[in-house]
Design a protein around this ligand. Structure first.
Ligand code: EAX
Length: 310
């Protein structure tokens, strides 16, 4: 059968917030290629990059009601829908990329993906955004006192907002598609994102400083619509799982590549890069976030992640 030639080919609408040369777009391409190939053209995929279907919260809502078929998203707004995923958003939880990736690829990651289905969101695979760093247009950040009173855009995520409050900053939650303009107009001074996102969005046009705070690992998830899922056969579901897996792998590879090359790009475009940030004072400052998290969500999943040995 010719690819895309099936009379009843169904076009899958896949959204994400980043540009069409981002690591998410690399993941979207892999999703498309794999799904079209393994389904022998029964499904085609249309990528909607750059928030053209809305912010991540909007798109997740779209999955629930079936107006969007698939999304590559950070966990930013996900905890609002599936509170069990908040554990992943705790600052300084993951030690490094290897720790994060192996936890997410283990039973722990599978258990968290499975928590989504009752909310009509299908967790297909854990992909990656990267370790988040702070950028701003006010002053170089070396220690917590440097962010005092800083108006920083955070994702729409209570755990992140709490952490920036503990650091003495003034967190302003906002959907990603509004962020560039907010920085440009000075509505906020600062934001935090992985190198991948900073490069893909050319934040150097509106931010002068980056500090490699690596304060939190930002997972991404490849998600499907519960409405779509209910219409698929087991065979078709398997194709989507394969496509999501290929997507996650391609994205992680791109994150690894950009982690070093991206920093050079930031420098070339005029950002000052503070590399030698002592993370301990930041980690100490946000400790109360762990306490309130434990009070609300317990310690079981947290302990499993912290004690995880590959
Ligand atoms: O998922 O909102 C954010 O800062 C995210 O990192 C971005 O949308 C990519």
């Amino acid at each position: 059968m010719i690819l895309g030639g099936a009379a009843e080919a169904r076009e899958i609408q896949l959204g994400h917030t980043l540009s069409d040369d981002s690591h998410y777009s690399v993941g979207a391409d892999a999703f498309k290629e794999t799904l079209e190939e393994v389904s022998d053209g029964e499904f085609t995929v249309r990528e909607h990059p750059a928030g053209s279907l809305g912010g991540e919260r909007d798109m997740i809502e779209g999955l629930q009601i079936g107006t969007v078929d698939a999304v590559i998203t950070s966990t930013g707004p996900l905890g609002n829908f599936v509170p069990e995923t908040y554990v992943l958003d705790l600052p300084f939880l993951f030690r490094d990329y290897e720790h994060a990736r192996s936890v997410l690829d283990s039973e722990i990651g599978d258990d968290l993906l499975a928590k989504m289905e009752p909310h009509n969101i299908i967790g297909l695979a854990w992909s990656e955004n990267g370790f988040r760093h702070m950028t701003n247009s006010r002053n170089a950040v070396q220690e917590p006192s440097d962010v005092d009173g800083m108006k920083i855009r955070t994702m729409e995520n209570q755990v992140h907002m709490n952490a920036f409050e503990e650091l003495g900053a003034s967190p302003t939650p906002m959907a990603f598609p509004e962020l560039f303009t907010a920085l440009q107009q000075g509505t906020v001074d600062a934001q935090e994102n992985p190198v991948t996102v900073i490069v893909a969005t050319k934040f150097w046009e509106v931010q002068d400083h980056i500090s490699l705070t690596g304060h939190v690992y930002s997972p991404a998830a490849v998600l499907g619509s519960g409405v779509l899922w209910s219409e698929l056969t087991e065979q078709e579901r398997d194709w989507f799982n394969q496509a999501a897996q290929a997507s996650a792998e391609a994205t992680r590879e791109e994150v690894s590549r950009l982690e070093t090359e991206g920093l050079d790009l930031l420098r070339e475009n005029g950002m000052t890069v503070v590399e030698d940030v002592d993370k301990t004072p930041f980690q100490n400052a946000i400790e109360p976030v762990y306490e309130s998290f434990k009070d609300e969500y317990g310690t079981e999943m947290l302990n499993r992640i912290q004690n995880f040995e590959d």
